[in-house]
Design a protein around this ligand. Structure first.
Ligand SMILES: [Zn+2]
Length: 304
């Protein structure tokens, strides 16, 4: 498999989706527009909510983006682990009442196996518990044997973020090999360790959550997909973590140079190096989208 760079992978995805009739749109701002349920944009679909609900008409019923995202939920883990970060780019293809499960599943497989060239024998799809429609597409059409298709519950395979469109999903995991495994007897797809990495999530948006857990069926069925660009690069480049992929590694090395530190010499320094690398990315993109640090934050930084 060719070890494509982050910038190559981003272009390959957008070009592929364009060839499938999608309109390529620029990333939206990290600051949500007209959406009080979110502080920051945390997924590719977040700025597109009005198109999903039907409140606004999309420029085309098929859209693809590479969206800047910030997730602060895991901020305490950033630096301590190899895989957590607050800033990432999310690749996504979206259907607003246009194609549904069949096309979304086929295209995700085609992109990963034929365009990127991932080994099909290392890929494992998962589906929501009783989503037999998705199961049949994977099993009968794509040809994945039943024992390689995993069924997960609401926690893993039902996508929702606060109020708004939501639905069951089908993820694709990549087996990175034994060297990344935890070695426990039950280690398989869905294990918390770094062996089986989720690379793609196809969300079949069929419902709307009113924010109080009440679900209504959407007038139109939609597709919302998401794939972390940095995470895809980890798999393709076969490196340990997001801090080792080409573009982030360049930033990490500069942090080391300025701090006169060497990476992977001692754990405490590595935590700091990863933390600074991650926060520089987040802060740079937030500031460029008009989010200015307050005096309190400035005081915090100067105290460090
Ligand atoms: Zn494991």
């Amino acid at each position: 498999m060719k070890k494509y760079g982050v910038n190559e992978l981003r272009k390959m995805f957008l070009d592929f989706m364009e060839s499938k009739g999608h309109l390529v749109m620029k990333s939206f701002s990290l600051v949500p527009q007209g959406d009080k349920s979110l502080l920051l944009i945390n997924a590719g679909m977040a700025p597109l909510k009005p198109y999903f609900t039907g409140a606004e008409k999309p420029p085309r019923t098929r859209v693809t983006t590479c969206q800047k995202c910030i997730r602060t939920g895991d901020i305490e883990n950033v630096g301590k682990t190899a895989r957590h970060g607050t800033f990432f780019e999310m690749l996504g293809n979206f259907s607003f009442g246009d194609y549904f499960k069949k096309e979304a599943i086929h295209w995700s497989w085609e992109f990963l196996t034929e365009v990127v060239g991932l080994d099909a024998n290392r890929l494992y799809p998962s589906i929501y518990l009783d989503d037999n429609e998705a199961f049949d597409i994977w099993n009968k059409e794509v040809g994945i044997p039943a024992e390689r298709i995993f069924r997960f519950g609401k926690e893993d395979n039902f996508w929702e973020h606060g109020a708004g469109p939501c639905g069951p999903c089908s993820e694709i995991y990549y087996d990175r090999g034994e060297k990344y495994g935890c070695g426990k007897p039950g280690c398989t797809v869905g294990c918390d360790c770094d062996r089986y990495m989720e690379v793609w999530n196809n969300v079949f948006t069929q419902f709307e959550n009113d924010g109080n857990g009440n679900y209504t069926t959407l007038k139109q069925k939609n597709i919302d997909t998401g794939m972390g660009l940095e995470r895809l690069a980890v798999v393709v480049q076969d490196v340990d973590s997001i801090f080792d992929v080409d573009t982030i590694c360049a930033l990490r090395n500069l942090v080391c140079e300025i701090a006169h530190k060497e990476y992977e010499k001692n754990y405490a320094d590595d935590v700091s190096i990863r933390l600074i690398t991650d926060h520089i990315r987040s802060a740079t993109f937030m500031i460029s989208d008009g989010i200015m640090p307050t005096n309190e934050v400035a005081a915090m930084f100067s105290a460090v």
